[in-house]
Ligand binder design. Sequence first.
Ligand code: ZN
Length: 160
Amino acid sequence: MKIADQTVVLINYTLTNNDGEIIDSSQGRSPLAYLHGAGNIIPGLENALIGKDIGEELTVTIPPAEAYGELDPEMIQPVPRDRFGGVETIEIGMQFQANTPQGPRIVRVVAVDDANVTIDANHPLAGQTLNFAVSIVGIRQATPEELSHGHVHGPDGHHH
Ligand code: ZN
């Protein structure tokens, strides 16, 4: 069986940035299980896996547009300090959940001065080219229930 829409795929992977730093890896964990064709993983990786078979290994370089998008400067904005009432010390690198027109988002503090806190609501991997080393360790047909939910069930998927 080859990877196609409506298959459940199990992969081991290591994700590095262009400096060679490891950002994420399945090493030491169960393989990642995803439903192919359902947008469970970033588009560039999903496209690279189409037609692959169990046992195949590949390395894929994915530009930001096919990964977590370009960095959007408009999502980096100063917010008056008094909007952070109750937080005594605000430092660069802190994360907060903010309600945005696109729904709740994790934002990171990137600058602080006496009046304002500058927050960045971009995805932490926005603007980055991602390098995946992937090995395919399982492929099976998705169940009707998985297809209707749009995600994988079972030991490595959702439990509900
Ligand atoms: Zn489900």
